[in-house]
Design a protein around this ligand. Structure first.
Ligand SMILES: [Zn+2]
Length: 68
């Protein structure tokens, strides 16, 4: 799996587009959030890590649902 270049304020998609995290990412740092780039690649943001999801049809993690 390719490493996604990222830092605390955003990440760079495989398409090369820099995505700044929306404001809710910081306030939901420990929650898995789904995020789609403008190119429709989809990622999971979780505790400052960025993981690309393999298919758009995969489970969507949303807001508080998986927080603990
Ligand atoms: Zn992209």
């Amino acid at each position: 799996m390719a490493d996604i270049e990222h830092d605390e304020s955003g990440f760079t998609c495989e398409c090369g587009l820099r995505n700044e995290y929306p404001g809710y990412v910081q306030s939901h740092w420990s929650v898995k959030l789904s995020y789609s780039c403008a190119c429709h690649r989809q990622y999971i943001l979780y505790r400052g890590t960025v993981v690309k999801t393999s298919r758009e049809s995969q489970e969507i993690f949303d807001s508080e649902a998986f927080g603990d």
